[in-house]
Design a binder for this molecule. Structure first.
Ligand code: PMP
Length: 297
């Protein structure tokens, strides 16, 4: 079936989407994006994703032509137009076409694209067994270099870590910051479990503040599970009781070894399994419906 994309204000067939070679998103990675999921026709935490998008835009002096309300409607319309119930939605706002210089003032019209498709980040078997991970040799840039809180189109840091993952024979990498603190995965946040308490790096460590991360923190606290935002080193990761990663694409997945050291007993731990089940149940029942008034099941 022909895929329809939202492209600068209208839903158009994929083949009709034309992006200028002078678009600064293409030339310089000058732009931002969001990855969003829909579960059973309901778009999960759309408000939060749009909040993060517009915050990233503000940091980059990027004026998004759509209002938040228009953008929310565009996301829902794209899911609907592709008849999707479970979807992975990619929303990209790039600086738009300009000249060959860097100056964004030469780019009067940002390019806005929404794609609704499907994604499976890791094979199902890895959700059962958990992931072996390794620490990446390149560090996350600190907030005064390229603020990781801005979800910019520049993902080279994560791309290089993915290349290294393949070389080291693991599906995912963990990145450290300049101080040697554990920060996050290539596209996901990280938690460890220590004495039945969840520990996750604070924003100031240089993380992207994940929507899944904040939902997991909320769900855990709602059940009386303590959560602290605290820096930890790779030594503490090796010696944690459990570890898991969270992200829109990855959802919740256990990490069961790091740099060859088993984490806990080397299997997804009880708290990780519980939170994954709790999250999946919550996600299926929350969100903004793309099919209002209709049964989406
Ligand atoms: N960190 C990075 C670097 C990411 O790209 C993502 C995915 N957006 C996350 C964390 C997780 O964020 P979220 O839960 O909002 O998808």
């Amino acid at each position: 079936m022909e895929r329809l994309l939202y492209f600068n204000g209208a839903l158009v067939p994929e083949e009709e989407v034309r992006i200028s070679p002078f678009d600064h998103g293409f030339l310089y990675g000058d732009g931002i994006f969001e990855g969003i999921r829909a579960y059973q026709g309901r778009v999960f935490r759309l408000e939060d994703h749009l909040g993060r998008l517009y915050q990233s835009a503000k940091s980059l002096w990027l004026t998004i032509p759509e209002t938040r309300q228009q953008m929310a409607e565009a996301v829902l319309a794209t899911v609907r137009a592709n008849h999707l119930k479970d979807a992975y939605i990619r929303l990209v706002v790039s600086r738009g076409p300009g000249d060959l210089g860097l100056d964004p003032r030469q780019c009067p019209k940002p390019t806005v694209i929404i794609i609704a498709d499907q994604i499976q980040l890791f094979p199902e078997s890895l959700y059962e067994s958990g992931l072996p991970v390794a620490t990446a040799s390149s560090r996350r840039p600190s907030g005064d270099v390229l603020n990781p809180q801005v979800k910019s189109l520049n993902y080279l840091n994560s791309v290089l870590a993915k290349v290294e993952a393949a070389q080291r024979g693991v599906p995912e990498m963990v990145l450290l910051n300049q101080l040697g603190h554990v920060v996050e995965g290539t596209g996901d946040n990280i938690f460890i479990v220590r004495n039945e308490m969840l520990v996750t790096p604070p924003r100031s460590a240089g993380i992207l503040p994940g929507i899944t991360r904040s939902v997991v923190m909320e769900l855990a606290r709602g059940e009386g599970i303590p959560v602290v935002e605290e820096n930890f080193t790779v030594h503490e990761l090796y010696n944690a009781d459990e570890c898991f990663l969270t992200g829109t694409a990855a959802e919740i997945i256990a990490a069961v070894s790091c740099d060859g050291r088993l984490i806990g007993d080397g299997r997804p731990g009880p708290l990780t399994r519980h939170l994954r089940a709790r999250f999946m149940e919550y996600a299926a029942n929350e969100g903004v419906s793309a099919y209002p008034g209709l049964s989406v099941i």
